[in-house]
Design a protein around this ligand. Structure first.
Ligand SMILES: NC(=O)c1ccc[n+]([C@@H]2O[C@H](COP(=O)([O-])OP(=O)(O)OC[C@H]3O[C@@H](n4cnc5c(N)ncnc54)[C@H](OP(=O)(O)O)[C@@H]3O)[C@@H](O)[C@H]2O)c1
Length: 309
């Protein structure tokens, strides 16, 4: 541990009720951190700059983990472009601005792999940021997160702040969102196959062609990466956090079909969008420092299915 942070340090987790925030809370508690705080969006709306400043002025945490955001799948992003851009900019900018002005020593900003250009070479390296056009279906959210990454970079360069951005790949795990209108592909599949099995349906209809390739990471692995970043002074401002394990949507569907035990057919609805053809992160930089994912997809999805359904 070459950081000033100790087990008594006060740590604020923004979005502590969310899938990522709650995983970070579990991981930190598990490591013996004693002073962890969080506020629900009902208790504190992070879009309110004055309220955020007042809370941080009062609480004076030594670390802020920003796991709060307006997140959602393809439908939500294309239905609410303004909110996905403005709300996410407000949430991150209010926290980053107040943290800097109140001289809070450590800040961990969480973004997502959709910040990288749609057609960038794969696997995606951190240096590919802003080298080409974004995936249209979630560009609003991506632009907000890119501005957060750049704020963190600017504060490191201009004020030598020990602030860092972590870009996780697609996440899954306890506390995921299973609402078919706003969820991501993996939880949506788990729910569809489970309900089809329970109702003895003869088939399940899935979006797209099944050919896109995706990388998934269990949220507990990500939480371990957040703890690693908290306990170490990292020498770069941006790190990809991925498992390096890539599957096609078709392979994911048959993995989940088998785990759930659904015996019927899979029908692919080609009229629905596929999204980016491939999205695999290059996580060499954080791997070289010593963090690697530990939960493989088969074991992770089985664990989630048993605990959530
Ligand atoms: N899910 C993924 O696959 C994925 C992949 C890569 C990166 N990430 C990143 O991980 C972070 C968290 O994602 P998640 O999956 O954990 O999302 P989530 O489960 O939806 O959690 C989002 C959290 O943000 C809080 N929040 C939202 N708007 C707020 C506001 N106006 N004021 C205060 N709190 C607010 C929510 O608070 P309440 O619960 O109190 O309402 C919730 O706890 C995001 O930065 C996202 O970019 C997620």
């Amino acid at each position: 541990m070459n950081s000033t942070i100790t087990l008594d340090s006060k740590i604020l987790i923004a979005g502590h009720n969310g899938m990522v925030g709650s995983a970070c809370w579990r991981a930190l508690k598990g490591k013996g951190y004693k002073s962890i705080i969080g506020f629900s969006s009902k208790e504190l709306d992070l879009r309110d700059q004055r309220a955020v400043f007042k809370m941080l002025e009062k609480e004076k945490p030594e670390v802020i983990i920003d796991a709060a955001a307006k997140v959602g799948g393809i439908i939500a992003n294309s239905t609410y472009p303004y909110e996905f851009l403005m709300d996410n900019m407000l949430i991150q900018n209010n926290l980053i601005k107040a943290a800097h002005e109140l001289d809070i020593p450590k800040f961990i900003f969480l973004g997502s792999s959709c910040i990288y250009p749609k057609m960038a070479p794969q696997p995606l390296k951190e240096e590919y940021l802003l080298t080409g056009p974004l995936e249209e279906t979630n560009k609003w959210y991506a632009i907000a997160k890119i501005s957060g990454v750049k704020l963190i970079e600017a504060l490191r360069e201009q004020y030598n702040r020990d602030y860092v951005s972590l870009m996780p790949t697609n996440l899954y795990g306890p506390g995921d969102n299973y609402d078919l209108k706003t969820s991501h592909v993996l939880p949506a599949m788990l729910r569809k196959f489970h309900e089809a099995k329970e109702s003895n349906n003869s088939n399940v209809v899935l979006w797209g062609t099944g050919s896109p390739r995706r990388e998934f990471l269990h949220v507990d692995d990500l939480a371990n990466a957040v703890v690693y970043a908290l306990e170490n002074k990292l020498d770069r401002s941006l790190y990809n956090i991925g498992s390096g394990e890539e599957v096609s949507i078709k392979e994911l569907a048959s993995l989940i079909k088998n785990i759930v035990g659904f015996k019927g057919e899979i029908i692919w609805d080609n009229s629905k969008p596929d999204g980016t053809p491939r999205k695999l992160l290059d996580s060499t930089k954080i791997n070289r420092l010593g963090w690697n994912s530990r939960i493989n997809l088969d074991y992770g999805v089985k664990k989630v299915y048993r605990s959530q359904f």
